[in-house]
Write a protein that binds this ligand. Structure first.
Ligand code: RIB
Length: 301
């Protein structure tokens, strides 16, 4: 079972002719409202890949809550652990340019009311995988990590958006997943070098996603790299979330980290072929069909 403790947003997506500079107004034809939030996206990605998933989080008592939860609900994610609070549902403005690159601003709202206590009543044990990101209060992320460690659960943290957590907290993880900007919080140099240094220092597995350059993975005694599935990029929003959710789902099924890396990389790339975070997430059959088009991860140490 996968438990995601994290954010739930409603995304307002703009297909922009270009991303605005500071002080600039840019016109586009229309905007689309769709469910999002890194936590919810990762939960749905794991569920679409066949995992049993519980989403734990918070929404407001407002009109945004139902659409924000709509895909989780129809995607078979257990949402019974999502609470309603006296803050507005998280809202994100997502601007995407013709090359698929995005700029995102999140009004956190109800996500700031999420607490680690929400997972304390769950039957977390060694057969569970806890997945976290940094769109809920960092102190609650740290508490949830400590709690899951006492239960022997596998813990996967996506350090997105970039944030700082104490090294003794990070050392309790099984897997840390970051992009190039986020991993730079933990060291200097090439992403693989930072990943390997952190993996050795903390005794964990560290993955860095590198967009069109693929991804690298470091464990204390081994390093791996993988390329990127060639796709026509429409929107990169949610690609990192697809990667995290599918990686966690694969580990949860007993896959090796390098095989999970392969599957997650394919899922991340496929997500870029459609507009929107959750509408872009692939299902297990689509990932299966595309796996042979990306060479598996290779040792890089
Ligand atoms: O990672 C993409 C997500 O970031 C969007 O869905 C948006 O809600 C923000 O949380």
């Amino acid at each position: 079972m996968i438990v995601v403790l994290g954010s739930i947003n409603l995304d307002l997506g703009f297909a922009a002719p270009r991303l605005p500079a500071a002080g600039e107004t840019v016109l586009c034809d229309a905007a689309a409202v769709s469910p999002g939030g890194k936590g919810a996206n990762q939960a749905l990605a794991a569920a679409r890949d066949g995992a049993a998933v519980r989403m734990i989080g918070a929404v407001g008592r407002d009109a945004f809550a139902a659409p924000a939860l709509s895909e989780l609900r129809s995607g078979g994610v257990d949402i019974s652990g999502i609470v309603e609070v006296e803050r507005p549902t998280g809202l994100a403005a997502v601007m995407v340019d013709p090359a698929g690159q995005n700029q995102i601003m999140v009004a956190s709202g109800a996500n700031l009311a999420v607490t680690a206590r929400q997972i304390e009543t769950l039957a977390l044990g060694p057969d569970a995988t806890l997945v976290l990101q940094m769109e809920i209060p960092p102190a609650e992320v740290a508490k949830a990590i400590e709690f899951a460690r006492t239960r022997g659960s596998r813990i996967v943290l996506n350090l997105a958006p970039a944030a700082t957590l104490a090294e003794e907290v990070l050392a309790r993880l099984d897997v840390l997943i970051a992009n190039e900007i986020e991993i730079a919080r933990l060291g200097t140099g090439r992403p693989m070098d930072i990943a390997h240094a952190v993996a050795r220092r903390l005794g964990i597995t560290v993955i860095v996603t590198l967009g069109g350059d693929g991804a690298c993975m470091a464990a204390p005694a081994s390093c791996w790299q993988i390329g990127c599935l060639p796709v026509e990029v429409v929107d990169t929003t949610g690609a990192g979330d697809a990667f995290v959710g599918v990686f966690a789902a694969a580990l949860d099924r007993g896959a090796s980290p390098e095989s999970a890396l392969h599957r997650a990389s394919v899922a991340g790339a496929l997500t870029c072929t459609r507009f929107g975070a959750q509408s872009g997430l692939p299902g297990a059959a689509e990932i299966d069909r595309a796996l042979s088009r990306l060479a598996p991860a290779v040792r890089a140490d």
